[in-house]
Design a protein around this ligand. Structure first.
Ligand code: ADP
Ligand code: ZN
Length: 526
C-alpha cells in the first residue's frame, strides 16, 4: 500500500496518484481548494458529477480524520471498499459490525491511523460517538445527501436536523455539505438548518447538453405518443412517465397492442414483476418502460434515448431528475413532455389538499408556478431550467424546441383584458372551462342558470377557439396575472399586477399556441 504524506501531497498529486485521473471536472478543483483552506462549502452537483472527490481529496490533503455522514448505509461499505483498494485508510462504522471491529475502528480514529470514516447520522449523533470525536484530530465533516435536512426536499430525515450541532461543538472543523437536488428554497433551507450561512456555495454542471427538451400540448396523447415513437425513436429504449398506476397500465397495453415492447412499472405491481420488468429494461434492446415516478432511482442505463412525460411532473426538480435519466452516454437523447390545463389544475388541487403548514404551501405553490413558467416560456428551455438551479448563465442552446422553432408571439393585451374581466365578472369562483364558455358565448345549462349570458363579456372571445383560450389562461397564470385558487378546484382569481393590463397601460405578449396551425385538426378533439 502506498502511504500518503498528507502535508506535502497536493490535490493534483492525489487526484492522479491515488485516483488515477488526469484532471479535475467542473467545480471540483475550486471546491477542494476551498475546503483544504479550511472553508465551509455547500456543493450542488448532479448525480454522477463527481461529488465524492470533493471531500475525499481534502480528507487526504488535510491532516487528521475526516467524518463522512451519509444516510445510505447500504452504499457506504461499497465506497469504503473502493477507497481501501486505492490504498486509502477508510472505514465504515455501523451497528451491524462485530464488536471487535468497532473497537479496532475506534482505536484507528483516536490514533490518527484512519483518514476517513463513514457513518450514518443517527450514529454520529450519539453521545458515545461525539465523545469519541472529542479525542480525535478532525480534518473535516462531509455531509452527503444534504437535502435530507430540508422538508422542501424529497427525502427529509429528521436526524439530519441535529447535524447543526457539529458547528457548535467543533467550530474549528470545516464542513462540506453535498447534494444533487436543491433548488433555491431547498438550498436556503439547507444553509439555515445546517448553520452553513457563511459557507461558499458551488453550483454547477447541471446542464445536460445532449438532451433535447421539447414540450407540447396534450391533444390526443396516445396518438401523439405513438407518432413520436414511430417517427423518431424506433428501436430505441426509453421511459414514459405517467401520473397514475391505471394510466401506466393503460398506456403500456396500448403500446404493446401497437407492437412496441412496452412494460409497466409502478408500486402496485408485485416485487417480482417489478424486478423482472426492470431487468428486461436494463438488459434487452428497445424496451419502453411505462412507469410512475416509482421507477428510476438508482437505475444506471447509459443508452436511454428518450424520457417522455405524459403528465406534468411534481416540480422542475422532479422534471430535471426524471429527464436526467436520458442520454447518460452523452449521445443525443430527447426529453418530451405534453401537458394540459387539467394537469395544472390537478397539481394545484393536490397542493391545496396537503395539510402542510402555510409556509410550505407557499413554497410548493411557487415551485408549481416555476414549472408552469417553464412550460409556457417563449425563451430557451435550457436557459430557464438552468436559471432555476442558479447554474451559470448560458446562451440560447439551439437544442430545445423554442430554440429550434422560435416561438411565435403576439400582442395579447386585448385577449388578456377580455379574459381577466370575464374572470372578474363571473365572481372569481370558476375555472377555465366555465370562463371560456362565457367568452365563447356558449349556451350551457350552467351559463343560463347563472344568467352569465347577460354579462357584458358573454361571447366577446369568438376570435379564439377553446384550445387557444386555454393556452392564454395558462400563460396568464404563468405571468402571474391570474392565480389558481388553492382551496377550490382550480378556480381563477385576479393576480396583484393585473390592473395595469386591465387599464391598457401594459402590453402582454403571448406565446402563439402551436395549436393555431392545426386548428382544424384540433376542433375534432374538443
Ligand atoms: P456523484 O457522487 O456526484 O454522483 P461520483 O463522485 O460517484 O458522483 O462520481 C461519478 C463518477 O465520476 C465516478 O465513477 C468517479 O470516479 C468519476 N469521476 C469523478 N471525478 C472525476 C474526474 N475528475 N475525472 C474522471 N472521472 C471522475
Ligand atoms: Zn434552447
Amino acid at each position: 500500500m502506498d502511504s500518503i504524506t498528507p502535508q506535502i501531497a497536493s490535490a493534483q498529486d492525489i487526484l492522479s496518484r491515488i485516483f488515477g485521473y488526469n484532471s479535475f471536472r467542473g467545480d471540483q478543483e475550486a471546491v477542494i481548494d476551498h475546503v483544504i483552506d479550511g472553508g465551509d462549502a455547500l456543493v450542488l452537483m448532479p448525480t454522477g458529477g463527481g461529488k465524492s472527490l470533493c471531500y475525499q481529496i481534502p480528507a487526504l490533503c488535510r491532516s487528521g480524520l475526516a467524518i463522512v455522514v451519509s444516510p445510505l448505509i447500504a452504499l457506504m461499505q461499497d465506497q469504503v471498499t473502493a477507497l481501501q483498494q486505492l490504498g486509502v485508510k477508510a472505514a465504515a462504522l455501523n451497528s451491524t459490525l462485530p464488536y471487535g471491529e468497532i473497537l479496532a475502528i475506534e482505536r484507528g480514529m483516536r490514533s490518527g491511523e484512519l483518514d476517513m470514516v463513514y457513518v450514518a447520522p443517527e450514529k454520529l449523533l450519539t453521545d458515545g460517538f461525539l465523545n469519541l470525536l472529542d479525542q480525535c484530530d478532525l480534518s473535516l465533516f462531509a455531509i452527503d445527501e444534504a437535502h435530507c435536512v430540508s422538508q422542501w426536499g424529497h427525502d427529509f430525515r429528521p436526524e439530519y436536523l441535529q447535524l447543526s450541532l457539529l458547528k457548535e461543538r467543533f467550530p474549528w472543523v470545516p464542513r462540506i455539505a453535498l447534494t444533487a437536488t436543491a433548488d433555491g428554497p431547498t438550498r436556503q433551507d439547507i444553509k439555515e438548518r445546517l448553520h452553513l450561512s457563511d459557507a461558499r456555495a458551488f453550483v454547477a454542471g447541471f446542464d445536460r447538453p445532449n438532451i433535447r427538451y421539447k414540450i407540447g400540448l396534450k391533444a390526443a396523447p396516445k396518438k401523439q405518443l405513438t407518432d413520436l415513437l414511430e417517427r423518431e425513436h424506433a428501436g430505441q429504449s426509453g421511459i414514459v412517465y405517467c401520473m397514475s398506476r391505471n394510466k401506466v397500465e393503460e398506456i403500456a397495453q396500448s403500446l404493446s397492442e401497437k407492437g412496441f415492447n412496452a412494460l409497466p412499472y409502478h408500486a402496485g405491481l408485485s416485487k417480482d414483476i417489478r424486478a423482472g420488468n426492470q431487468d428486461r429494461f436494463l438488459k434487452e434492446d428497445a424496451v419502453i418502460m411505462v412507469a410512475t415516478v416509482a421507477f428510476g432511482m438508482g437505475i444506471d442505463k447509459p443508452d436511454v434515448r428518450f424520457v417522455i412525460h405524459l403528465d406534468l411532473p411534481k416540480s422542475l426538480e422532479a422534471y430535471y431528475q426524471e429527464t436526467g435519466r436520458a442520454g447518460r452516454d452523452g449521445l443525443p437523447a430527447e426529453a418530451w413532455m405534453i401537458y394540459s390545463m387539467n394537469d395544472v389544475a390537478r397539481l394545484y388541487h393536490m397542493a391545496s389538499q396537503s395539510d402542510a403548514p402555510e409556509a410550505q404551501k407557499r413554497i410548493e405553490n411557487r415551485k408549481l408556478e416555476a414549472l408552469l413558467g417553464f412550460c409556457e416560456t417563449t425563451r430557451c428551455r435550457r436557459q430557464v431550467l438552468l436559471e432555476y438551479f442558479d447554474d451559470n448563465p448560458i446562451e440560447p442552446c439551439g437544442n430545445c424546441d423554442t430554440c429550434l422553432t422560435p416561438v411565435e408571439s403576439f400582442d395579447g393585451t386585448e385577449a388578456a383584458q377580455k379574459a381577466l374581466s370575464t374572470v372578474y365578472r363571473t365572481g372569481q369562483i370558476f375555472g377555465s372551462a366555465h370562463v371560456i364558455d362565457v367568452l365563447l358565448g356558449a349556451k350551457t345549462e350552467r351559463i343560463e342558470k347563472l344568467g352569465h349570458d347577460q354579462l357584458s363579456t358573454f361571447g366577446i372571445g369568438k376570435e379564439f377557439i377553446k384550445q387557444e383560450w386555454r393556452s392564454i389562461f395558462r400563460q396568464l397564470v404563468a405571468l402571474g396575472y391570474l392565480k389558481v385558487d388553492m382551496e377550490g378546484h382550480g378556480s381563477f382569481q385576479l393576480g396583484e399586477d393585473c390592473r395595469p393590463v386591465l387599464r391598457g397601460e401594459k402590453t402582454v405578449w403571448f406565446r402563439r399556441d402551436p395549436a393555431k396551425k392545426t386548428r382544424a385538426s384540433l376542433r375534432s378533439h374538443y
